[in-house]
Design a protein around this ligand. Structure first.
Ligand code: EPZ
Length: 418
């Protein structure tokens, strides 16, 4: 186990290179099993979720090698379509392999996925979508078993715009006979990135980002070299950190376009923000002003993956805010830890009622999930005095080189073994 020791109060200055997007790399790694040719993904982030996804691919018989910052996946020797509980439980994106494994081998057997403990996280939309493509599905003893000799294109209407279900269905439909139309599909930029990857590999996918995705099945999928998009959630996390600590930073390599809902709120908080080429620059000098309400929504609404970080910011704004989490049932587990730092927050159902305070006080707090852990780090950076953030294996899942990047901006943060 490791922890961060943070001495808060430093303003943040400088540029920070934004990593390749975790939530784009993970479905692309799943897509790699669709082809027997090599797939090279450029500049993969140094995060545990990627390492665990690669472990899963290797357990399926794929060969993966890191070459500098890139990873090369060779699935020609893949000969297994079963993912054991121990591995599947490490992360949510293990379930994204149901589609591609069934497309490749005609079958798949995967234990229920893990991932952040932020809600029920059912997989019914994944399974209903695959069934519409002709997949026979059995669920028993904690495993999902898929079987289908020949996938057939169909029209699929998602009850809610699930990111993972959209991706899983896309990764099966590319090898189905005929056309598949996915309605009420998720519109996240990572879905567009997956479409870009698949089309570069010879697939025929269109409409990602629009809510209706049309996939024409193809017989052969080629190997490809691909640079996924920048991590908009990491960029947003650093921008919120600068807003909380004060100073001026540039998030390099990120596009303001795909976090415009966040930038809109940060401007309301009193930050000066502008995008220039591939940089988002944020400056915060005066006091932070609270925003009345923040409601998480599917893209292009306010991202649920920035909810915890934004709630931490609300705690040190002048005024009151209400943060509503509309996507996940229990995504406020970090709140008791923020209270240890002096936050005045009351959670009722899906709403957090925040009364702004002058500042956070340093304290020892425990991370309980990826984005909640990031929120605690940001609170500690802005706090007066010394803090410890325990169990940072949670933040390691999604933030590569986190303390190095923060230190390069002037933060006083070190990682120590407990
Ligand atoms: C993806 O998770 C992301 N993970 C999450 O990021 C992100 O929070 C989420 O999308 C929403 O944007 C990856 O891409 C690896 P969903 P996913 O299916 O696919 C319900 C992070 O911090 N639902 O879009 O699991 C579900 O309960 C992680 O980087 C069903 O009801 O999210 C939730 O209420 C956390 N049935 C809503 O849809 C299903 O079959 C959105 O979930 C699937 C989902």
């Amino acid at each position: 186990m490791e922890k961060y020791i943070i001495n808060g109060g430093n303003k943040l200055y400088g540029g920070v290179k934004i990593q390749t997007a975790k939530n784009s790399v993970l479905p692309i790694l799943a897509a790699a099993v669709l082809t027997e040719e090599k797939v090279r993904i450029l500049n993969v982030p140094h995060i545990t979720d990627v390492k665990n996804m690669v472990k899963i691919l290797n357990c399926l018989g794929c060969k993966s090698v890191y070459e500098g910052e890139d990873i090369i996946i060779d699935s020609s020797s893949a000969d297994c379509s079963e993912i054991p509980r121990a591995l599947a439980h490490e992360l949510r994106s293990s379930v994204f392999l149901l589609g591609p494994l069934t497309a490749r081998f005609g079958k798949a057997k995967i234990a229920y996925p893990g991932g952040c403990d932020i809600g029920l996280r059912p997989v019914d939309l994944h399974l209903n979508g695959l069934k519409r493509l002709g997949v026979r599905i059995k669920e028993n003893n904690g495993y999902i078993e898929c079987e289908c000799e020949k996938l057939a294109g169909n029209e699929i209407m998602l009850d809610c715009p699930s990111v993972g279900a959209t991706e899983n269905i896309m990764l099966a439909a590319v090898r189905a006979e005929g056309e598949t139309i996915i309605k009420n599909a998720a519109r996240e930029p990572e879905i567009e990135d997956l479409q870009k990857f698949l089309n570069a590999a010879g697939c025929k996918v269109r409409g990602a980002g629009s809510g209706t995705i049309v996939v024409e099945g193809v017989k052969k999928i080629r190997g490809v070299t691909f640079q996924p998009m920048a991590d908009r959630i990491e960029a947003g996390t650093f921008l919120i950190a600068a807003a909380m600590c004060g100073g001026e930073i540039a998030a390099v390599g990120a596009s303001g376009e795909n976090i415009s809902s966040l930038l809109h709120k940060l401007r309301e908080n009193g930050c000066k923000i502008y995008s220039k080429n591939d940089k988002i620059i944020l400056k915060r000098k005066g006091a932070l002003v609270s925003v009345k309400s923040i409601e998480t929504q599917p893209y292009p609404g306010f991202p649920t993956d920035l909810q915890a970080q934004m709630t931490a910011l609300c705690c040190i704004c002048r005024g009151q805010s209400i943060v509503t989490e509309n996507l996940f049932e229990t995504r406020f587990k970090y709140v008791p830890e923020l209270r240890k730092m002096g936050a005045d927050i009351t959670v009722i159902d899906r709403n957090a009622f925040v009364r702004g305070r002058e500042k956070f006080n340093g304290a020892t707090v425990v991370a309980c999930d990826l984005r909640g852990g990031a929120a605690l780090v940001l609170a500690a950076l802005a706090a007066e005095g010394r803090s410890e953030v325990l169990d940072i294996s949670h933040t390691d899942r999604g933030y590569g080189l986190f303390e190095y990047k923060l230190r390069s901006l002037g933060a006083d943060i070190v990682r120590v073994a407990v």
